[in-house]
Design a protein around this ligand. Structure first.
Ligand code: ITT
Length: 207
């Protein structure tokens, strides 16, 4: 009997923090997930969309077309009400190139100086798109959000990006103080994955 090969799906992100989370969140999906680090390195596409979804679709199509594989991409970020939605789609580049995650969150805290606790509301948003090269780059997508607030000083060492300054609504700890399982139980990325898994499983099953 010939065993069928698992369907390959590219985890199309250059962000190691996202890769770790995707590998956990997709563990039950019967596909072979391949990270970009396992493939020849290519330049990242321009992310010039004005929404997370537009950028997620751009990334999924770009990597899928280049490698000829099903590609799952994520565009995500932190939306802070008192900063009129910044850093939003610019979360990865807030403050310009060459800054570390800690530099960026320090800049965000500086820009929130004088804003009291009740006005420090914010949310993490995530859009996920999956592009399929066999169907002319047709894509599926889903989004997820987690509401919360920005604290005054960073706390915690887990997660990545802005996790040390974000406390989800109803929690007292930042997402950087939570275990991986705790973050996965409420994160924007986990919610987007939950929403896309039925369609993704259907696509994998059809192959
Ligand atoms: P790719 O485009 O290659 O996926 P990127 O890091 O540039 O990598 P984005 O453009 O989507 O990805 O920017 C997302 C940024 O938003 C990320 O760099 C973090 O600063 C922040 N972010 C997103 N999800 C986060 C999370 O779960 N925890 C903390 N920060 C997060």
């Amino acid at each position: 009997m010939i065993e069928s090969q698992p369907v390959r799906v590219l985890i199309a992100t250059q962000n190691a923090g996202k890769v770790r989370e995707f590998r956990r969140l997709l563990a039950q999906v019967p596909a072979m997930f391949v990270g970009l680090e396992e493939l020849p390195r290519i330049t990242a596409p321009d992310e010039d969309g004005s929404t997370f979804l537009a950028n997620a679709i751009t990334k999924a199509r770009y990597y899928s077309q280049h490698f000829g594989e099903i590609a799952l991409a994520d565009d995500s970020g932190l939306v802070v009400d008192a900063l009129d939605g910044a850093p939003g789609v610019h979360s990865a580049r807030y403050g310009g190139d060459g800054l570390s995650d800690m530099d960026r969150l320090r800049l965000l805290l500086k820009n929130l100086e004088g804003v009291p606790k009740e006005h420090r509301t914010a949310r993490f948003e995530c859009a996920i798109a999956v592009a399929n090269p066999q169907c002319h780059g047709e894509f599926m997508h889903a989004t997820g959000t987690v509401e919360g607030r920005i604290i005054f000083e960073p706390r915690g060492r887990n997660g990545f990006g802005y996790d040390p300054i974000f406390v989800p609504t109803g929690e007292t700890r930042t997402t950087a103080e939570m275990s991986a399982d705790e973050k996965d139980s409420l994160s924007h990325r986990a919610r987007a994955i939950e929403a896309i898994v039925p369609a993704l499983s259907g696509l994998i099953g059809d192959r």
